[in-house]
Design a protein around this ligand. Structure first.
Ligand code: AVJ
Length: 318
């Protein structure tokens, strides 16, 4: 707001009250340091993620796009035509036109935390489709959100295996809350990445060009920039590892030597080899994905996968 200068507050006082500040200070204070993956997506992080989706090693995006194309008619039949589409975490919304076409949608409600990025992506979509009614909602889809009034039944869209970022219990809570948000007779079109060979998975999260490493390290740049941080970024390196017993890829930032730094005036020390855990990406077999649906109050209606069994596209009913 405009009043914090007058009230004698400093920029740091304001930053301290932000969700990002709270999450970083709390996360770095734990025995095992952790920062939630949602904070990757500042402007630069969103751009880097777009670059990731085009990498040869990162199969999810192109595979899911292939599935949306191949099953456009099925999607229309199962999810219904001309129903408002609510996208949870819209990002750049590259997959969106495929679903909008398949469902002959006239009202589109993208929800995303990165307001700037959302606006830019939506300007592009609006230019391409002048007849489409776009109602962007800037916000965190994991929190209860006020949706504009829409004539249902609604279709939720949750592509990209974003659900993988949540541990199983939180995934169930989130999907249940989607059901509440979407209401009676809703459908959910959801992309869920599959379990597969560990090497293939680790390569997808540690590409040869180093884009994923840069994406991970950008979090430290963001802390230095926004939270008055003094982290020596060169000391840290990117690490991606498949944890078979938990069924997830973990990304970490590993300290190459003992290091200390401050964030918003608070001092932190890390030992050589100690990590900041920055992301979990859970993978589901098709059977596990169906169990996830049922556990969160949805009825699995259909799923499709690609010839290489890489990715699952599912339609669930409320
Ligand atoms: C956007 C969470 C689905 O887990 O594959 C990609 C994020 N992180 N490469 C994923 C990501 C590193 C992505 N999700």
């Amino acid at each position: 707001s405009e009043t914090w200068h007058e009230a004698g507050m400093t920029a740091s006082t304001v930053a301290l009250e932000s969700d990002f500040a709270k999450a970083v200070l709390a996360g770095l204070s734990q025995t095992r340091k952790v920062i939630p993956a949602r904070y990757f997506y500042d402007m630069r992080g969103s751009e880097l993620f777009e670059e990731i989706t085009e990498l040869p090693e990162y199969y999810p995006t192109r595979t899911e796009i292939g599935l949306l194309r191949a099953h456009a008619d099925d999607l229309g039949r199962l999810a219904g035509h001309n129903r408002p589409v609510i996208e949870f975490g819209a990002g750049s919304a590259t997959k969106t036109p495929l679903l909008l076409d398949a469902l002959r949608t006239t009202t589109y409600v993208p929800i995303d935390i990165s307001g700037d990025f959302l606006e830019e992506a939506m300007a592009g979509l609006a230019a391409e489709r002048p007849a489409l009614r776009i109602v962007p909602v800037a916000g965190d889809f994991t929190q209860a959100l006020e949706l504009p009034h829409l004539d249902g039944p609604l279709v939720g869209f949750f592509p990209g295996s974003t659900i993988g970022n949540f541990d199983h219990a939180s995934a169930v809570d989130l999907l249940r809350s989607f059901g509440q948000t979407l209401g009676e007779g809703a459908r959910l079109v959801i992309g869920i990445d599959r379990k597969k060979d560990a090497r293939l998975l680790e390569t997808a999260y540690d590409d040869a060009a180093g884009v994923t490493a840069e994406f991970n390290l950008n979090l430290l740049h963001r802390i230095n920039r926004e939270l008055d941080g003094t982290i020596p970024i060169d000391v840290f390196s990117h690490c991606a590892v498949w944890q078979d017993s938990i069924g997830r890829i973990e990304m970490h930032l590993v300290a190459g030597r003992e290091v200390s730094f401050s964030v918003l005036g608070q001092r932190f020390t890390m030992n050589a080899g100690e990590t900041i855990h920055t992301e979990n990406s859970h993978k589901y077999s098709l059977e596990e994905a169906r169990l996830l649906a049922r556990a969160s109050g949805w009825e699995p209606l259909a799923f499709w996968t690609d010839p290489d069994d890489l990715f699952g596209l599912h339609v669930w009913g409320a």
